[in-house]
Design a protein around this ligand. Sequence first.
Ligand code: SF4
Length: 422
Amino acid sequence: MDGTRNDGIGGGSRREFLKTAAVAGGAAALVPAGSALADTTELPTVTLGKTGQKVPALGMGTSWAVQPSFVQAALAAGVRYIDTSENYEGGRAEETLGVVLERTKMRKEVYLVTKNGRNKKNPAAYEERLNGSLKRLRTDYVDCYYLHGLEGREIALLKDPEVKASFERLKKSGKIRFCGLSCHDGMLPEIVTAAAECGWIDQIMIAYNFQTMDGDAIRRALDAAAKANLGLVAMKSQGTPQGPGGGGRGRGRGRGRASGGAEAPQGPNPLDKLKGLMEKGFKKEQAAIQAIFHDGRMQAVVSEMTNRDQLRDNLAAAARPKLSLRDQQLLEEYRQATAHLYCHGCDHHCGPAAGGIAVADILRFLRYDEAYGKRTRARELFQALSPEARDIARADLAAAEAACPHGLPVADLLRRAESRLG
Ligand code: SF4
């Protein structure tokens, strides 16, 4: 983090915002009087790798039914980096952002990212897809355009000359400023490495949090990405939310609910590990955001903030001093105590044993449903898998469970995913 204050894309004071909004015809009225977000949080800015852009260290994700009043409250509170996609809510997220950015005349103050979520294998269609996004966003350019959710089986796209040429044409046309990708696939290290090597990707956004940042493979991949000077943005910063009173097999190491799992509370509550942090006024969610910045390579976090309390807490977390060594140690102890409660996305272990079904994807969708309350989105994603990839009935669930090195109750979780999302 540069530690500098908003003076680039993140610039613009709340007073200026309200003035602009008032000129724009009453938009300021959308910000509730006496809102807890009455004051703009001055976020530190970061330089986003080789894009050279100074952006706030915290961005807002929009893969939910985001409302105009919430977007406007976020802008008033200091958000100047917004991430969206043509996929989110069937394009309605882009439409909502377009309405607010046009009404407030703040398009140029925001670092705006959207994504190509369909027809990734057809570079000839990229411009048409982008044009749809630009129309919904009511703008003639986006700051960065991503290949959305690149999967391991699509990794060859990064070396495909037609894909590269298509992105470069969009850059030359001025419709996009930078090229990127997002990824939460089990082959994340391989994809990050390929992005670092391909030469045309400027920025990446990856699933990365205190629960997943300990692997050697991802460390090496991020070293390569940092060396290639890619802009590095984390998403899924909270990992799998845990709470007391859940269930989970846990092999006697704690209790919690494993993104679903059997009811078997036992042993100490993993959240006890965080008492020291909480006594200092940190919420677990805030510590999770701070942990990402401690990595030293991640430049920004895009966080899905779906209510005003989360927005306020996350802005405060991004703006507050770094965690102490003791705080980091407490977070690490919490990570170790909960490692058996979340899927690490490593389905090269369990996938072949299960007969090739997409275990990590399915458990991620179950998490969207159960932990984040996004059932519609989770069902859509599950249904979009190929019939073979979601054929849980034919999978060898016992073998998959035995192959999981983290001790997840894979069979229970997959059965529940099928009944909830199938
Ligand atoms: S179920 Fe276990 S082995 Fe399979 S992806 Fe998740 S953590 Fe890895």
